[in-house]
Design a protein around this ligand. Sequence first.
Ligand SMILES: Cc1ncc(COP(=O)(O)O)c(C=O)c1O
Length: 378
Amino acid sequence: MRSDTIFDELETPAVLLDETRLMENLRAMQYLADRHGVALRPHAKTHKSLEIGRRQIGLGASGVTVATVDEALVFTAGGFKSITVARPVVSPSKWDRLLAAAKDRSVAVRVVTDSREGIQVAGERAAVHGYIVGLFLKIDVGLHRCGLLPEDPRVVELAGMIHDHADLDFRGILSHAGHAYGSKSRAEAVRVAEEERRTLIAVRDALRADGLPVTEVSVGATPAVLATDCFDGITEIRPGNYVFLDLLPVRVGVASLDDVALSVLATVISKNETYFVTDTGSKTLTSDTGVHGMTGNQGFGLAYPERGFLETACEMIVEKVSEEHGMVRRNGFDLPIGAKIRVVPVHSCPVANLARSYVVLTPDGIESWQVDAAGGSR
Ligand SMILES: Cc1ncc(COP(=O)(O)O)c(C=O)c1O
């Protein structure tokens, strides 16, 4: 049993990680992947931590996914052997940084693309470095961010261009159904996942009919992956958020508050009739109120007195944030100045990115794990 003094001694804001819940989430996703016979390549943009990445690999993950070249370099230096950069890389200098590091450590580099320009620069830099790059064609399955629409004639053209390039290895197709976060229910998230799967299978079959080998069909977005039970034709999943979870998947109905592994410890530094004022504002909690159409989250997190964590009767809302202050609606409660409050954030990924370390609550006490790739988007 953890004593109250452990929290009392912690300076705030502190990003807390419940190791037991974290490991349950890691194991559950690996079990899901194994059960469906798909590779799990978690998106490390959520945790940005070598420690957590190593635990994922230890449980059976095939490699990691990252969003940025800077993240890729941290995981390359950390000894990871296969990395997918799931955001298009179009700048020659970024390719040079990535390929120099990857070649040096014999790391398999896989990157998404959706343009002729992207393929050209990838091919040029791969040739210069003498290092083969795996490329995925990104398919837009409804998020309308990156990717080619499935019916776009460039799908076949660009896949052929990658396939024909001596320094590029056409891996297959990849999508991200981030719009699953806009689902109002688990059933809706299932429909998003199933539409994504059917779309990708159709694209795969069209490419194969044109003589193009599609080795991998990769999907990944926590709500879709947790909701669906059908992965036929999928070879890989890349969920990120599942390690911590937060109010977004909880609101979709694919996780419960009890599953959330990350919370933020705050201190009441002032109070007025309406609010407890804490030391935890947007520079810790971020001002993220939802992603990809996920609305309906009131405020910036659910707050609980330290001793009533996750008790519905003790629930309060972080209603406003300025940079270094959080405004928690009191809901008739009273807490003394100096009291600790625990907040479940709306979106844990950007919270982790702003932290330098996690305060890890283990069954034996507290550990500190670095957020190795924190900050920056390059
Ligand atoms: C391309 C891509 N793949 C996978 C993911 C993982 O999604 P999630 O964090 O919802 O699991 C993301 C998240 O932004 C992404 O952009």
